[in-house]
Write a protein that binds this ligand. Sequence first.
Ligand code: DGL
Length: 272
Amino acid sequence: MTKADRPIGVFDSGVGGLTVVRALMERLPFESIVYFGDTARVPYGIKSPDTIARYAAQLTRFLLAQDVKMLIVACNTMAAVAQEVVRTLAGPNVPVLDVIEAGARAAVAATRNATVGVIGTPTTINSNTYALRIHALRGDVRVHSQACALFVPLVEEGWLDHPVTRLTAEEYLKPVLAEGVDTLVLGCTHYPLLKPVLADIAGPQVRIVDSAVTTAEQAARVLDGAEGLRAGAGSVPRHRFYVTDVPLRFQTIAERFLGRALPEVVRVDVPE
Ligand code: DGL
């Protein structure tokens, strides 16, 4: 198999990373994708950085063994606290992309008043990684962050436009919007599904940054920037989906995240 034909590896704590897969399928329709979701141990967003780094190393090893040509950390929580582990294991020959880098770049490009809001899981927000990455790109941007612990279960429940979700979102966004942010980063895999409600509450003056879409854009740039990495136009992609728990729940909600029918899902044990 040529390098161009090798798959892109995408991993997440569970089903949420399928928002990134969806964006990748739309942006890079000829690329094969291997997805690995750690459904047995989800959620990560309330776990400690050490635990998450250990899990991330295991997921990375699994995908590297699938001969991936690029790794995408679709989970914001892993990107926030474990991206060094992933990069070290991947080595110099497998580029590693993560949703936070892509989201930070998009936020800096989008803001006009240098005031950005970031919402994510408690672990992502506590790590302060979004603010650090945004400041590394542009030091004068004010970043107002808010942990939204209830969003993941609400999305998995399918309550995308439910009164409870709207009330919860209003409560979470109130302090962020009060700071006058003109850009809001959706710093969690699940939040793109809440985009309509969040955009409605935030109002038309606030630009929403969907890190799934921006990550797919960045993946396209990296593939184009390296010799012989991008699958040729007309290639027939082969997508594979692996999870660590029985796939029933994953399959039930995956189509909502992926926006299309899901092929076969295979359960595997996480390699230590
Ligand atoms: N994938 C996680 C993230 O993007 C959300 C789900 C979880 O907490 O594991 O932060």
